[in-house]
Design a protein around this ligand. Structure first.
Ligand code: URA
Length: 210
């Protein structure tokens, strides 16, 4: 396995992902599954956050008990499909700040075009988790990470649902220090830049567009 890549192989993640891949899964179920799976992904992408003991009082006694310490979190959606991962992640990490980088993929060149950027301040003091369900060519992720670094981010992770080997290599080449978390590493990209076997266009499937 590539050293910048973590595959989240939890059985619940894999089961939900299989349901999401099925072409007959309707938009409403796709959205519900995405919300559920994003909570599980959030759990794994934050697994190594530093904790330290604090003293509290339970109804019975004083005791030491761990809390999450270290950098505050910023979740940054790479729009539009990244928005689908936010709700579930924010259920688990309600205090996270949220940013948006809007990129669309030029259908001919497959190159990302930025149309929006709004990110929390003091990104340099935060652990920034960029989220995009599909790591395909990697061009959008690289452009978003470039933008986040320009905005000050120093510590970044990239969380996606599905990754293509081409995308992992592209992000790894441009930003080797950024760990990538995904539920599956699929086989390849087709000529249109879709992940195969994949699940189709994630934005279309979650929002019911075509
Ligand atoms: N974006 C998607 O939504 N799906 C793919 O397969 C590739 C990029």
């Amino acid at each position: 396995m590539k050293k910048n890549l973590t595959i989240i192989d939890h059985p619940l993640v894999q089961h939900k992902l299989t349901l999401m891949r099925k072409k007959e899964t309707p938009c409403s179920s796709f959205r519900r599954l995405l919300r559920e799976i994003s909570m599980l992904l959030a759990y794994e992408v934050t697994r190594d956050l530093p904790i330290s003991d604090t003293t509290i009082e339970t109804p019975l006694c004083r005791t030491k008990s761990p809390i999450v310490t270290g950098k505050k979190l910023a979740l940054v959606s790479i729009m539009r499909a990244g928005n689908g991962l936010l709700d579930g992640m924010l259920e688990l990490i309600p205090s996270a700040r949220v940013g948006f980088v809007g990129l669309y993929r030029d259908e001919k060149t497959l190159e990302p075009v930025e149309y929006y950027c709004k990110v929390p301040d003091q990104l340099e003091d935060r652990l920034v988790i960029a989220v995009d369900p599909m790591l395909a060519t990697g061009n959008s992720s690289v452009a978003a990470i470039d933008q986040l670094k320009e905005s000050g981010a120093k510590e970044l992770r990239l969380l996606c649902l599905l990754a293509a080997p081409e995308g992992v290599a592209r992000v790894g080449g441009a930003h080797p220090e950024v760990p990538i978390f995904t539920a599956a590493l699929d086989d390849h990209l087709n000529e249109q830049g879709y992940i195969v076997p994949g699940l189709g266009d994630a934005g279309d499937r979650m929002f019911g567009t075509v």
